[in-house]
Write a protein that binds this ligand. Structure first.
Ligand SMILES: Nc1ncnc2c1ncn2[C@@H]1O[C@H](COP(=O)(O)OP(=O)(O)OP(=O)(O)O)[C@@H](O)[C@H]1O
Ligand SMILES: [Mg+2]
Length: 260
């Protein structure tokens, strides 16, 4: 299948430019020469069947996995050789890892912690910052952004699954990301929670650049400005939701009846 880019993409320099990214696990070519360009302010969805290489691509973007070949350029700077923590400092880090949340801290404290880590303030000062009015006010604002203001004092362990995902989004936003890498933010959610998360992400549109990996096609088609389809480690198509819906190879490879 040919690589195509049919969408009316902007002529502005992309915020993220990925070229020829390759990663093999033994005989499995998880990403097999991936090219991808994200324009500032777009929600760009990455879809594809199980095992297509989506999470492997995200892991390479955030620096958890070193590619075998290819380059990752963020805002004109080649970050391919940078470690994950160095990329995170440049605003490129993965979100939605619930394991990152501290279950014994409150919702508000988790966001304060994220702000602390972002600003690089000393960890030993933790007992004070959790009551620091500037930090807590800022954290409360992020909670408002994700609709968790009324849960600020609850321990994370007592949150519902969907609320943890909302908190994870607040934690990510508090890091002032240049690019949000979201790997299946709707995973494990019921219809109501998915709809809430879709609305939240829609509220971030234009203010953030988002790479959204998601199997929930309702969410993808509601949110994405452009969609890239990955199959067996190769991007087979990039286009608008309408272009993707009507693309015969994409329908055959992935969407099936969902595209009808
Ligand atoms: N650490 C690893 N070691 C060996 N093989 C791996 C590893 N990580 C991923 N793979 C393999 O690489 C391929 C791509 O996996 P990946 O998890 O990136 O797919 P995915 O598109 O995210 O799938 P899903 O939609 O199920 O999350 C799969 O064949 C997978 O088994
Ligand atoms: Mg995955």
């Amino acid at each position: 299948m040919a690589n195509e880019t049919n969408s009316a993409s902007s002529t502005a320099a992309p915020l993220l430019q990925v070229r020829g990214l390759r990663k093999a696990f033994g005989a499995v070519r998880a990403t097999d020469g991936v090219d991808l360009a994200l324009q500032k302010g777009e929600i760009h969805a990455l879809i594809g069947p199980n095992g297509a290489g989506k999470s492997t691509l995200i892991a390479q973007l955030c620096g958890e996995l070193q590619p075998d070949a290819g380059s990752i350029v963020l805002g004109g700077e080649d970050v391919t050789a940078l470690a994950a923590f160095a990329r995170a400092r440049k605003g490129l880090s993965r979100s939605f890892q619930i394991t990152e949340l501290c279950p014994d801290y409150t919702v508000l404290e988790n966001v304060v912690l994220s702000l602390l880590l972002t600003t690089g303030r000393a960890f030993q000062a933790w007992s004070n910052p959790r009551h620091d009015p500037t930090l807590t006010a800022s954290a409360a604002r992020w909670l408002g952004e994700v609709g968790l203001d009324d849960r600020a004092g609850i321990h994370v362990r007592d949150l519902a699954h969907g609320e943890k995902r909302q908190l994870e989004l607040a934690v990510a936003l508090a890091r002032s990301p240049r690019l949000l890498l979201l790997d299946e933010p709707m995973a494990g959610m019921g219809a109501e929670e998915s709809a809430r998360m879709t609305a939240l992400l829609n509220g971030l549109k234009r203010r953030y650049t988002i790479l959204l990996v998601e199997h929930d096609m309702d969410a993808v088609f509601a949110l994405a400005d452009r969609i890239t389809v990955l199959v067996y480690g190769k991007t087979i198509f990039t286009g608008t939701p309408d272009e993707v819906r009507s693309h015969p190879e994409v329908r055959a490879a992935y969407l099936g009846e969902e595209a009808c």
